[in-house]
Design a protein around this ligand. Structure first.
Ligand code: F6R
Length: 616
């Protein structure tokens, strides 16, 4: 939550900051602000409630002098509502020091009382202003922004990324991070800071990770990283794997539409280089091969859509590698005294790699001896850095707040992990592994077919249903997580009440919800599957149809058994059961997006949400 960008160099700070904020807006979009140090030693600042466009209009109407040192912020409100006054930057040292912040300062109330008692006056309701005043006071003592930051962070509790610039220190921006994201962008004669690499990828693809409890000082020609006590620290350099165009709309009406169209590519890129001659090769797991061979239990931790990907991972890993797998919401996990040991493999799944609930759960598990593996889409993020191993998904930057292409990439990575474990443990014979891989490799082309064939009809259905109040989603086995995902997308994008159910659970209560006209999406398993699930789901459809439900079935090509009972059938290509979810989820992603569009809503930035949830 909250996007942060900092710049020092010969270019226009305003251009860099506004470009960076545009690409970080997915992190929070209820207010935005910038502070720029001009060559005459004055700080110009503008900050406004509302989306970034409001700030840009304000800068047009009331320009500030551009400069070569600047910081910018896009906010997701925590302390204090989204108002102009609460927007960042906040100021210390009589307006000569500007600070932006992401995270929550947990002891802000005590610090605020102490500062007020000492004569400081607060303008906003934010916790950030406490940090600004503390750094400002420390600067008056030390005359150095880095030293001032060091003194101030020693007083702060909680999670934070802070950036500061001072009118007396041209060409210097100082950042500090604790349990909140911050990366460095390395340019030629210029340097950058950002909540993630999207902030500066337009200017450089060389980046550096900053560790926990570290302070970084950027100048145009150097970068210094220390720990909170001032001792020099190592920072790891890496090359950003995508370029700026990947994080741009490129002519699409929304990022979400673009990202749904990229679902085939997300699967293909996650597989690329990892499957050869019918076998899985995951060199990134070589260092932990011993540990993987020894594992007797897998625990998948994630939130939201990533947790639904985790459920699919559970079904596949248990089936292929014969290891017991549990999936747990990260925020529930550490509050129930879970049983863990060194033979438990904790697999965290996170697009952003910064979700605080998941990060805290991983730390908890690690501290209790479990081994940790991160499945993550964001290079240099905190969760992969703090895990024993990482399997990156290669979905490319996901900008729309609701996750789509990251979901299919996460499922793909979990399936690769399942095959890898099955190979290590000898639970699948080589020809079976090769068969599963062949299925996986055929998914991207099938996905493209679904995107092309289903989009127009689903858009029509969504427009026709734009005043619908409630939609239910049913699925069974691997169709169940897909039903949950369909319901979540509809809630968050179209603000419609939606529930996903395991179809078998219906008769245990939820069927009471069915009344004439209730729309129900049903994810139908393949009739070719040897289990009797197809028949059972068709019976479920008949049960709800008899009570007046309008049924939209998502079924494979040639499944004629559903036709008499469904008001509409959306077709998917034939696939083996574990691969159906990668196809059946796409119509539901499209449906959520189209229904929100039909209601005139912003599909990329739904209300009250932020892409990267860095508070617990
Ligand atoms: C829903 C959605 C969220 C995220 C969840 C976890 O569309 O995007 O439910 O899946 O907040 O986020 P990551 O994957 O970044 O940990």
């Amino acid at each position: 939550m909250c996007g942060i960008v900092g710049y020092v160099g010969p270019g226009s700070s305003l251009d860099v900051l506004l470009g960076g904020l545009k690409r970080l807006e997915y992190r929070g979009y209820d207010s935005a602000g910038v502070a720029v140090l001009a060559d005459d030693g004055t700080i110009g600042s503008r900050k406004r409630a509302g989306k970034l466009g409001v700030l840009v209009d304000e800068l047009d109407a009331a320009p500030i002098t551009d400069g070569r040192t600047g910081i910018g912020h896009t906010r997701w409100a925590t302390h204090g509502g989204p108002t102009d006054v609460n927007a960042h930057p906040h100021f210390g040292d009589g307006g000569r020091l500007a600070v932006i912040h992401n995270g929550i300062i947990e002891n802000f109330a005590e610090l605020k009382a102490e500062l007020i008692a000492d004569g400081e006056v607060f303008e906003s309701e934010t916790d950030t202003e406490v940090a600004a005043l503390l750094i400002g006071r420390a600067f008056r003592e030390t005359g150095d922004v880095t030293a001032a930051m060091q003194q101030a962070v020693a007083r702060l509790e909680g999670a934070f990324t802070l950036l500061a610039l001072h009118a007396d220190a041209p060409g210097v921006v100082v950042g500090a991070r604790r349990s909140s994201p911050l990366v460095i962008g390395l340019g030629e004669g210029e340097n950058f800071l950002g909540s993630d690499v999207a902030a500066f990828v337009e200017h450089t693809r060389r980046a550096m990770e900053i560790g926990e409890d570290q302070i970084v000082t950027i100048r145009p020609d150097r970068v210094d990283v220390t720990d909170f006590s001032g001792a020099p620290a190592q920072a790891k350099e890496f090359e950003i794997a995508w370029d700026a165009s990947a994080a741009e709309k490129g002519g699409w009406p929304s990022f979400m539409k673009k990202e749904i169209s990229e679902e085939p590519e997300a699967v293909a890129n996650t597989l690329r280089g990892r499957v050869h001659d019918g076998a899985v090769t995951l060199p990134e797991l070589d260092e932990v091969a011993g540990m993987l061979g020894d594992v007797n239990r897998v625990l998948i931790l994630a939130c939201g859509t990533a947790a639904y990907a985790g459920m699919l991972g559970k079904y596949a890993i248990e089936a292929w590698a014969r290891i017991p797998v549990d999936v747990e919401l990260s925020h529930e996990f550490r509050y129930r005294d879970p049983v863990l040991d060194e033979r438990t493999l904790v697999v965290s799944v996170s697009q952003s790699g910064e979700t605080m609930d998941t990060l805290m759960a991983v730390r908890y598990a690690r501290d209790r001896g479990a081994r940790t593996l991160s499945i993550c889409n964001t290079q240099g993020a905190t969760i992969p850095r703090e895990s024993d191993a990482v399997l990156y998904t290669h979905a490319g930057p996901e900008v729309a707040v609701a996750s789509t292409k990251a979901f299919v990439a996460q499922v793909t990575a979990l399936y690769l992990l399942g095959l890898h474990l099955a190979t290590l443990r000898g639970t699948l014979a080589a020809p079976d592994v090769a068969g599963v891989i062949a299925e996986l490799e055929s998914v991207p082309a099938k996905l493209s077919t679904v995107v092309e064939s289903a989009s127009a009809r689903i858009a029509e259905l969504a427009h026709w249903m734009s005043d619908t109040q409630s939609v239910l989603f049913l699925g069974r086995h691997v169709g169940f997580p897909v039903a949950l995902e369909g319901a979540l997308k509809l809630k968050e994008l179209a603000y419609i009440h939606a529930e996903g159910f395991a179809a078998g659970e219906l008769k245990h209560g939820p069927i009471a919800l069915i009344e004439p006209g209730q729309i129900v999406f049903v994810v139908v398993p393949s009739p070719r599957d040897p289990s009797s699930l197809h028949k059972k789901v068709v019976s479920n459809i008949q049960e709800i149809r008899a009570r007046g439900a309008r049924v939209i079935a998502i079924a494979e090509l040639g499944d004629v058994a559903v036709v008499p009972f469904a008001d509409e059938v959306i077709r998917i290509p034939l696939a083996a059961p574990f691969f159906e979810p990668l196809l059946t989820v796409v119509p539901l992603h499209i449906f959520g997006m189209e229904l929100a569009t039909a209601k005139g809503l912003d599909v990329d930035q739904p209300r009250n949400l932020a892409k990267s949830v860095t508070v617990e």
